[in-house]
Design a protein around this ligand. Structure first.
Ligand code: SAM
Length: 431
């Protein structure tokens, strides 16, 4: 039976030897399936993909000509795909060959079935008015909707954002997969591998609390070193202080490019003449820095994975201490007492060893799009500055109002250093 003698062609494909990490990445699976549909000449209507815990994914792309569907088993490096197309405007085999490439398959087997043999179906009654309605109806351009979720998770908990629109930026650098995606509720967001870094909706919580508690304490901030922070959010907040000159050392130029292109409220700060942007490893930079050369050092690295891992090491923090001027302050993003609690606690212990027990402080703040929503920055002083006794509340409040800050002010400053008992115990600072 030719496919003209049937209503549709249904191709079932078994892909073997696929790349497991692709089979577990819904973003890439969805991009591959959408591209396959388009290459086959289909018109995409909507897609929905779901990631299963701990791994594997399912997804359906609804097309004007019916659908493509996939289910993956990363642990077996196997994917089951079916492509159903009616009419003769598409060539589903083009989609099969595209998916073979995109899934990194070593082999595939397939069968094609003819669905809805016209010989077996009654002659369709087609009232004239229905034909007329069909001729009158303007061809409606199908709007592509998507129900794809980006999930940032560890083994036991997850945070997901529903993604709308197309992927704005996706490039694998030598360090990580750098993406800028559009979400339904949080605007655009930067993702490094499967870690959500910052969203347009609530990045100000993190960046205001990275910068202003320390800058409000320091009496005369001039030279500031930022390690990481290639999205530009920390630099934006620092530039609110006219006296400040910034050296920013980001290891991955792809992050800078992604932010400049698609996160202008953050990335545009990197073009400011007061920002000396260096692409390189922050650890090597600090180890090569002259002693006592910075008033503040802000470590705006990702969680301790990949190149960011060394930013939590004692060697790195000792090099920072050496590079700080007397009276200088170090600020480091420090994970959460509820997520990577061991990183949170060990960073504090290391700062106590390097700067001295009474000079290491921890503040907590709300970070709604980070796992658990509770995040920390750690502040260490190379001198006697104390986050509570040395704060000028009037100055901090006036600054906050003048700059239109939406998170930081004097009351938030003080409250952020008041730690719950379970956190004090986690830090070994007594109940
Ligand atoms: N500012 C963001 C936020 O709101 O949470 C997260 C921090 S930022 C995106 C983390 C940056 O640190 C990344 O761009 C990463 O490439 C950079 N990074 C990681 N390890 C580094 C290293 N050893 N030296 C310099 N930059 C590093």
């Amino acid at each position: 039976m030719t496919f003209q003698e049937s209503l549709g062609r249904h191709i079932l494909v078994e892909f073997h030897g696929c790349a497991a990490e692709i089979l577990d990445d819904v973003g890439r699976l969805e991009a591959a399936m959408l591209a396959a549909a388009r290459l086959a000449g289909a018109t995409v209507i909507q897609s929905i993909f779901h990631h299963f815990s701990p791994f594997g994914a399912s997804g359906v792309v609804v097309i004007q000509e019916s659908h493509l569907a996939i289910h993956t088993w990363p642990e077996y490096r196997y994917a089951a795909v079916d492509l159903f197309t009616c009419g003769d405007t598409t060539d589903p085999w083009v989609a099969v060959h595209h998916l073979h490439q995109e899934l990194g398959a070593t082999s595939h087997s397939s069968i094609e079935m003819r669905r809805g043999s016209l010989r077996d179906l009654p002659r369709p009654e087609q009232p004239a008015d229905l034909e007329q309605q069909r001729r009158d109806r303007e061809p409606v351009e199908p709007r592509l909707q998507r129900n794809l979720w980006f999930t940032d998770r560890d083994d036991n908990q997850a945070f997901s954002l529903r993604i709308t629109g197309k992927t704005l930026f996706c490039e694998r650098s030598p360090f990580q997969l750098v993406r800028v995606l559009e979400s339904a509720s949080h605007g655009r967001f930067l993702a490094l591998d499967s870690m959500l870094m910052c969203t347009e909706r609530d990045e100000f919580h993190y960046h205001e609390m990275m910068v202003h508690p320390a800058l409000q304490l320091h009496p005369d901030p001039q030279r500031v070193l930022v390690i990481g922070g290639g999205d530009g959010g920390t630099a934006r907040e620092l530039l609110r202080y006219p006296s400040v000159r910034i050296t920013l050392v980001e290891i991955d130029e792809v992050v800078v490019r992604a932010s400049r292109l698609h996160l202008p409220s953050l990335g545009s700060s990197l073009d400011d003449p007061r920002v000396d942007l260096r692409i390189g490893d922050g650890m090597a930079f600090v180890q090569g820095a002259d002693p006592a050369s910075y008033d503040l050092i802000l470590v705006d690295g990702a969680d301790p994975t990949g190149p960011a891992e060394r930013l939590f090491s004692r060697g790195f923090l000792e090099a920072c201490e050496r590079a700080l001027r007397p009276g200088g302050l170090l600020v480091a993003q420090g994970a959460s007492p509820l997520f990577h609690a061991d990183t949170f606690a060990s960073l504090h212990q290391t700062l106590r060893l390097v700067f001295g027990e009474p000079r290491a402080h921890v503040l907590l703040f709300h970070a709604p799009s980070y796992p658990t929503g509770v995040w920390s920055h750690h502040i260490a002083s190379k001198g006697d500055l104390h986050p509570l006794t040395d704060l000028d509340d009037g100055r901090a409040d006036a600054f906050s109002r003048r700059e239109g800050l939406r998170y930081y002010d004097a009351g938030v400053h003080r409250a952020s250093f008041q730690l719950p008992r379970f956190v004090r115990e986690l830090l070994g600072r007594g109940g």
